[in-house]
Design a binder for this molecule. Structure first.
Ligand code: 5GP
Length: 121
């Protein structure tokens, strides 16, 4: 298993306002901003402020960290008016999951029918 440790990622730099991002939501627990390379008409990343490199590193005691990301994504979908049409939330983990930034984050994808997924590349 790859051990990415706790490193400063591009997302930490966005949280610390060291690099710009199109921020759509922030509270004491998380930040949400538009993905720089959107895979759907709406593509927002929800990133906790607590450090976890991958989903594998989140203990049961910290399950609320993930729960908050998911409920914030649903709240955002409702506020933006596409919750009823639908959306997808995704967390990629490690190499086979396609994870490229090693601070956990939840993708919110919406704005068009997304089709099926999970096909190996
Ligand atoms: P992952 O592949 O780790 O699940 O997702 C990382 C996401 O971060 C990718 O969709 C990628 O486009 C996005 N990303 C990478 N660098 C930046 C950046 O500097 N700004 C923003 N807004 N998104 C980024």
């Amino acid at each position: 298993m790859t051990n990415h440790g706790l490193q400063v990622t591009i997302f930490h730099k966005i949280i610390n306002r060291e690099i710009p991002a199109d921020i759509v939501y922030e509270d004491e627990h998380m930040i949400a901003f538009r993905d720089i390379a959107p895979q759907a008409p709406v593509h927002v990343l929800f990133v906790p402020k607590q450090d976890f490199a991958t989903l594998n590193d989140v203990p049961e005691a910290s399950a609320l960290v993930i729960g908050r990301l998911a409920t914030a994504a649903a709240r955002y979908a409702k506020a933006q008016g596409f919750a009823d049409r639908g959306y997808r939330i995704v967390m990629n983990c490690n190499e086979d999951g396609g994870q490229t930034v090693f601070q956990i984050h939840l993708h919110l994808l919406a704005g068009a029918p997304l089709g099926h997924f999970g096909v190996p590349s």
